[in-house]
Design a binder for this molecule. Structure first.
Ligand code: ADP
Ligand code: NI
Length: 214
């Protein structure tokens, strides 16, 4: 039963995110789902809730749905249409809405399943994949990979974050290097430490090469 619901939801999300280029393509979802399963097992979180929330977590993003409310509504309709139990629908929607709006990625999760999926989403922004996504996103927005004359923005509003000029390398300091401190679960913290170390060694090599020292 639950396996069928998961499979149907996978197909639904794949179809919806086809050709999505804002960093929320199907394979981001695929990775967040796999990470969520992995973390859920270690942390004793409910598998079904974690997988379903991971699969649907970006559908309510305003960049995809137009508005968060519309997105949440659409996810509710989907879950009802495949006969997910009411209490599961409530839980999944609460995770997704906390992830996609109430303060964006800074929001506190109230259930272990929410913590797991939020950790998985944050992990996908660091490590080798995170580096790849950052350069891809920057390129798509027409930013340089690095410009020593563009300062790192220490404090910024969500608007500035989205709209002001930056670079891929600045984004490491503006967001990526901060993410390991926000992990909820201990297994995700362990994974984040390794991914964080990878970011640091990437930057060291990058600046070495930038100056022709390496
Ligand atoms: P999510 O909603 O999955 O947390 P975002 O929509 O903020 O992530 O970003 C998608 C991907 O693009 C992430 O890997 C993120 O680090 C990267 N990204 C977001 N904003 C920028 C930016 N200003 N410069 C470079 N990369 C960015
Ligand atoms: Ni995401």
């Amino acid at each position: 039963m639950k396996q069928t619901m998961i499979k149907k939801t996978e197909d639904f999300v794949k179809e919806k995110l086809h050709g999505e280029s804002s960093g929320h393509d199907w394979y981001h979802i695929y990775r967040v789902k796999n990470l969520s399963e992995n973390i859920a097992e270690k942390e004793g979180a409910d598998h079904f809730i974690c997988v379903m929330a991971a699969l649907l977590h970006d559908i309510a993003d305003e960049k995809i749905a137009g508005s968060e409310e519309k997105g949440i509504q659409e996810v509710r309709q989907w879950l009802e249409s495949i006969s997910v139990e009411d209490h599961c629908i409530t839980h999944i929607l609460s995770i997704i809405s906390t992830m996609s709006f109430k303060g964006g990625n800074q929001a506190e999760m109230s259930s272990i399943e929410g913590m797991v999926v939020q950790d998985a989403d944050r992990l996908d922004a660091i490590g080798a994949i995170g580096i790849g996504r950052t350069f891809a996103y920057s390129g798509a927005k027409g930013q340089l990979m690095y410009d020593p004359e563009i300062p790192v923005r220490e404090v910024m509003t969500k608007e500035q974050y989205r709209n002001e000029k930056s670079t891929a390398v600045n984004h490491f300091y503006e967001k990526l290097l901060k993410l390991k401190h926000g992990m909820n679960t201990s297994y995700a913290k362990k994974l984040a430490d390794d991914r964080h170390a990878f970011l640091e060694s990437f930057l060291e090599q990058f600046f070495g090469e930038w100056e022709g020292r390496k």
